[in-house]
Design a protein around this ligand. Structure first.
Ligand code: ATP
Ligand code: MG
Length: 683
């Protein structure tokens, strides 16, 4: 075993070994750039601790995401197994939240918590706030009281940063000013309701863990149990997490943190990159700070470009990275006509790389926000390219997107009961039973008409009756369309929007999605083509929640930049590298928001090992209410790649092919009685 461990150790470079060998009981901080092996070295430090006789369950290994935690735990155990120690388990490797949950179960009896407590996810928490807000009579839209999601965001920020409610509202939620008193009452009720129901939200998992450490007996017990705490991605911890860590390991004794300030991308959720810079002084004796400078991940041209991008940043810890991988292609900047051309190009490139021997899962397509991949998801579905999406719901699975498509399908075919069933239930008071009854009545009333009649009597309920004619008018207008399909989607959206606004607190985001759907529709020649391509189930697509796909499964990776943190792929493509998308429009108000956007670009670029493509759709279709509808706008390359950096990139343009309609004319004349053929199978 000793030999095997020595061989593992020999794979590390000198700087990495210094980290592994630093005194185990003293505070240690590693600040190093992307791809220098921070995570890898942390894994080896854990192994070294175990080698020195520290009990595995006295080691707490914390990181940001579940996937990253699983990967680290897996690596430690695999490496130990390869060194002849297969029996060792690392039970305390997890996210901050999961670890908190595990600890709270252990101490539930002591702190008066039911051991059967349940954990509310963010949606559950927002729902509970919505309910309590209603009880307080604060939900009149006219009052403009913050939405339940905003309430939760304010609450969470107060808890995680330790700042006062007043200050949080003033600084981050200025549009909620004036509601502080009511918010305070709401939050008091929220805490009481959670306690009565024995429910903990995500923030409680950290907050109670930290408060528990105020109790000397519990603190002594925890400190005795966990002699060593190691943290990856320290740049994204918030105040509460930092204070927890120092309570677990007073003065930083036995605490190791690693991170990269240039990759701090969670300030919007209250993370404090300042934790990184204050770490040294918070420790006694002062922490040792080590760095790693050799990048193992990316080829030299990729490293040069990402270094150049981050060097433009205002404030950063100076770092120089080097690599021996001198070969490799420069990153490319590919300009395309629009988002549809972008989606086509990216799908074709993925297929081409697969032809060239790369698996789909060696390729990742990254984007700033979950909705940016909408057009790409449609294009991948049409080409039967399986993909898996991280961060954000799959576009075509979202309820509101399905609602809108159902309206179009129902208009196209009022006999389609699946779509009709869905659409009718959008009317107030109409449930499944009424919808089914109504559909039957509509079919009878239809006769040979192409749209359900105006003035049609809904069997039930009175409330919906008042809204029927508006729906009938919409369906009639859509039934024999003269307008292009994009305009049809807009028309359906105009009808649907008020329902959406009434039903969902986050209606604004959903409406944004539907405008994205309209943009996609604008690129289709007909409604039939549009519906056919979008309503086909994207085949073989594995959802994020699904169990680990089998080994021989191959799928393209789609991910938000946030969800790509800490990971790497041979080939990386970044979508929508234009101003307004990256930096996002809403994040250009001040310098610190802009800097976070720049770091996002850096994180995206540093995920690539062999090739990096940065794609720019030059024309955007935007919906502008004020300007009286839709228009095309010209987009600019992201400001984070200014002209002086262009020499580091390989710039090219990709022309999109004109769509062809082969054989359509001839087919139009053909008539085949397929229904008879099908029936004859059973004669
Ligand atoms: P990020 O900042 O993105 O989180 P990181 O600093 O954590 O990156 P790792 O993910 O640990 O870097 O390592 C990057 C790549 O370099 C991985 O593929 C890893 O296996 C490889 N690597 C790290 N150290 C070595 C080494 N000593 N020898 C060979 N490969 C290494
Ligand atoms: Mg890492």
């Amino acid at each position: 075993a000793a030999d095997a461990l020595a061989r593992l150790y020999a794979t590390l470079n000198d700087e990495q070994r210094a980290v592994v060998d630093a005194p185990a009981d003293l505070p240690l901080q590693v600040i190093a750039g992307a791809g220098t092996g921070k995570t890898n070295t942390l894994v080896h430090r854990v192994i070294r601790l175990i080698e020195r006789g520290v009990a595995p369950d006295a080691i707490m290994l914390l990181t940001f995401s579940r996937r990253a935690a699983e990967e680290m735990r897996g690596r430690v155990m695999r490496l130990l197994a390869s060194a002849g120690m297969p029996e060792i388990r690392l039970d305390w490797a997890g996210t901050f939240h999961a670890t908190g949950a595990q600890l709270l179960r252990d101490y539930a009896g002591v702190i008066g918590l039911s051991p059967n407590f349940t954990i509310a996810d963010r949606d559950d928490s927002a729902d509970l706030l919505g309910l309590l807000r209603h009880e307080l009579g604060l939900d009149e839209t006219a009052q403009r009281f913050p939405t339940r999601q905003t309430c939760l965001a304010i609450y969470s920020r107060v808890v995680n940063t330790g700042a006062a409610l007043q200050a949080v509202v003033a600084e981050h939620f200025p549009w909620c000013a004036g509601w502080e008193v009511q918010l305070k009452r709401l939050f008091a009720n929220y805490v009481a309701a959670k306690q009565a129901d024995q429910v903990l939200d995500y923030d409680d998992l950290l907050l109670i863990w930290e408060r528990m450490l105020d109790v000397p007996l519990i603190a002594d017990d925890l400190r005795a149990r966990f002699s060593h705490v190691l943290v990856d991605e320290y740049q994204d911890t918030n105040r509460l997490q930092a204070s927890l860590l120092f309570a677990m390991r007073p003065h930083g004794q036995g605490l190791t943190v690693v991170g990269d300030d240039a990759q701090s991308i969670y300030a919007f959720r209250g993370a404090e990159a300042a934790n990184m810079f204050e770490f040294v002084e918070q420790c006694t004796p002062a922490a040792t700070v080590l760095t790693l400078t050799r990048n193992y991940r990316s080829s030299a041209p990729l490293l040069a470009a990402s270094n150049a991008v981050i060097h433009e940043a205002a404030r950063r810890h100076p770092k120089t990275l080097w690599t021996t991988r001198a070969d490799g292609e420069a990153p490319s900047l590919v300009s395309l006509a629009d988002e549809t051309a972008q989606a086509d190009y990216v799908s074709l490139q993925a297929l081409a790389r697969r032809e060239g021997g790369a698996r789909l899962r060696d390729q990742a397509i990254l984007f700033r926000t979950g909705t940016h991949s909408a057009a790409l998801e449609v294009a991948l579905g049409a080409r039967r390219i399986p993909f898996r999406k991280f961060g954000g719901l799959k576009f075509l699975d979202a309820a509101h997107v399905r609602d809108l498509l159902a309206i179009l399908r129902f208009a196209q075919n009022p006999r389609e009961r699946v779509a009709g069933f869905r659409v009718l239930q959008l009317l107030p008071g109409v449930g499944a039973a009424t919808a089914a009854q109504t559909l039957a009545a509509i079919t009878t009333a239809l006769g040979s008409a192409v749209a359900p009649p105006r003035g049609f009597r809904l069997p039930e309920p009175k409330r919906a009756l008042a809204h029927w004619d508006a729906l009938a008018d919409l369906l009639a207008a859509l039934a024999q369309p003269v307008e292009p399909v994009g305009a049809q989607v807009e028309r359906a959206l105009a009808w649907y929007e008020p329902w959406l606004a009434a039903r969902f607190d986050d209606a604004a985001i959903r409406i944004e999605d539907l405008h994205a759907l309209a943009r996609i529709a604008h690129t289709y020649p007909s409604r039939e083509r549009f519906l056919a391509e979008l309503t086909l189930d994207p085949p073989d697509a594995v959802s994020d929640q699904a169990a680990d796909p089998m080994l021989d499964d191959d799928y393209l990776i789609l991910s938000t930049i946030h969800s790509a943190k800490g990971r790497e792929w041979r080939h990386v493509t970044l979508l929508n590298a234009v101003d307004g998308c990256l930096p996002a429009d809403m994040a250009t108000r001040n310098a610190s928001e802009l800097e976070e956007e720049r770091r996002l670009l850096y994180v995206a670029m540093t995920r690539a090992r062999e090739t990096l493509e940065i794609v720019l759709p030059l024309r955007f279709h935007v919906h502008q209410q004020a300007a009286g509808g839709d228009r095309h706008v010209f987009a600019q390359r992201t400001r984070f790649i200014p002209p002086k950096l262009l020499s580091l990139f390989d710039s090219r343009a990709w022309p999109s092919a004109a769509p062809s309609e082969t054989g359509r004319q001839a087919l139009a004349a053909l008539r085949v009685d397929i229904a008879a053929k099908l029936r004859s199978m059973w004669d």
